[in-house]
Design a binder for this molecule. Structure first.
Ligand SMILES: Cc1ncc(COP(=O)(O)O)c(C=O)c1O
Length: 473
């Protein structure tokens, strides 16, 4: 008999044993990366709301919001109850041969919540899969007669081959094969999109673009399109019959202060909306995309195409039931209003800190419960970062990243606050709390950040690097 570990065994493993298992069976580099923040040095016992409880009895305030997954916080009681009920009643997970009342109800509810004729939904499991489903639908809508897809220079659409080829992020630095004819436009620039569309025009005057990928608010760079620019994109796509796809995988379900970010702009409707993350209430791995009805009908609505796009786990029972409850919580507890209330504390709080530490904080920006603190410290500190980690002297991005990492590590170790950084060009420190965080907890974070910056970036950086010395970057 092979010697296999049980679930109970997992609960007994020490941190060192888990590290050893990771080194041997998962990834050595991951151990090094996670240890550098401090997060990797302890194990989590459980998590509730905005708090993570560690095995040593301490608790950590989670300001990462699970990178978009945890609008409901950890283990929301209603979300848990829905899952428990599903299991208790021995509901069926799989079998596409039977209808799922859960898929039917979730699609219905989402159509109720979205504007215009966004009505037909499909529920895979990851954001990348949902984007690829949307792209396939756009391609099929044009019957394979158009071949160009447009994506922004600053973009994150996932890491599968297709979605990854549309992702312009430092995380995605290796060139894998991907979708053909993916043309890049500068984020937020309507005229550049128009020029890119024109450049594809064939001698007969026909446009070759089948889809335009847009993140109305880019969570990785904290940039957003203006309302008039999005309206102009809508007009252009309608005129040229281009499928306008909004990727709101991160920003959906209330995060930025409206149910979806684009919904703050009256009358704006994409052709396909893609979402994920908090759709699963922090418990279920479920994503989705919803198309306007005429688009879906033309692309797929015939018997021969019924299973042209499907995946094993799409509409999986417990995931879908969980999502129904998660969406109901978002609506009943008015998560967009919660995000706006968080913004009302975070925006002035971060601005106050920027003013108090103008040398350290270049700027802060954000909306709802999604903010970034851009740390710098000036050319001298950047030089120091380059000298302390030779080999990266000429890489400005890596040097800013080091500074941000040293602040994240200090916040975590000294104040038990968890944040993260966005690996985009400027590496901001991300402040993206769950929507169940209390005002006093936000104030606790702001004080922690202030006290961290009071130590001085130079000291934070040298301490951080000294400790990391010898480890692989
Ligand atoms: C805007 C956006 N699109 C797509 C994705 C990819 O989702 P997944 O990691 O579930 O494939 C993400 C993930 O962070 C995202 O933020």
């Amino acid at each position: 008999m092979p010697k296999l570990m049980s679930v109970e065994d997992c609960e007994e493993l020490s941190t060192k044993q888990v590290h050893d298992l990771y080194r041997r069976y998962v990834s050595r580099s991951q151990v090094s990366l996670m240890n550098s923040f401090g997060f990797g040095r302890e194990l989590v016992e459980r998590a509730e709301g905005p708090w993570i409880y560690m095995r040593d009895g301490t608790r950590v305030l989670d300001l990462s919001g699970g990178v978009g997954v945890l609008n409901h916080g950890h283990n929301h009681p209603r979300v848990l109850a829905a899952r428990e009920r599903f299991a208790r009643e021995r509901r069926m997970e799989v079998h596409k041969a039977f209808f799922s009342p859960y898929v039917a109800a979730l699609s219905h509810n989402i159509a109720e919540l979205l504007p215009g004729d966004l009505a037909i939904s499909y529920f895979p499991n990851s954001g990348a899969e949902a984007n690829e489903g949307a792209i396939k639908m756009a391609y099929k809508y044009h019957g394979g007669r158009r071949n160009t897809i447009l994506r922004a220079d600053i973009s994150f659409h996932g890491k599968t081959l297709g979605a990854g080829s549309l992702t312009g992020s430092a995380e995605n630095h290796f060139q894998f094969p991907g979708l053909p004819n993916a043309v890049v436009y500068p984020y937020g620039d309507v005229e550049a999109v128009r020029a890119a569309v024109e450049a594809t025009r064939k001698p007969d005057g026909k446009c070759d673009v089948y889809a335009l990928m847009v993140e109305p608010f880019s969570a990785s760079s904290l940039r957003s399109w203006s309302g008039p620019a999005l309206t102009e994109l809508r007009r252009l796509c309608t005129a040229e019959d281009i499928v306008l796809i909004f990727d709101e995988i991160y920003t959906g379900w209330g995060k930025t202060g409206t149910l979806f970010h684009f919904m703050r702009h009256e009358g704006l409707v994409p052709d396909i909306l893609v979402y994920s993350k908090s759709l699963g209430g922090g418990k279920a791995s479920i994503s989705g995309y919803t198309a306007r009805e005429p688009l879906f009908r033309k692309a797929y609505d015939r018997l021969s195409d019924v299973i042209l796009h499907s995946t094993t786990y799409y509409g999986f029972g417990e995931e879908t039931a969980t999502a129904i409850e998660a969406v109901n919580v978002v609506v009943e507890d008015d998560y967009p209003a919660r995000a706006r209330a968080i913004e009302a504390i975070l925006t002035p709080g971060l601005e106050r800190i920027r003013k108090a530490y103008p040398e350290a904080v270049e700027r802060t920006t954000g909306v709802g419960a999604l903010h970034g603190v851009f740390l710098g410290g000036g050319p001298k500190l950047l030089d120091l970062a380059g000298k302390l980690v030779p080999g990266f002297t000429k890489d400005p991005r890596f040097r800013t990243k080091l500074i941000t990492l040293s602040v994240i590590a200090h916040l975590y170790r000294e104040h038990r606050v968890m944040t993260y950084y966005s690996p985009n060009v400027e590496n901001p420190l991300m402040v993206a709390p769950t929507l169940v965080i209390e005002p006093a907890e936000i104030e606790y974070f702001l004080t922690a950040l202030e006290e961290t910056l009071a130590v001085g970036l130079r000291r934070l950086l040298t301490g951080f690097i000294r400790e990391k010395a010898g480890a692989a970057w």
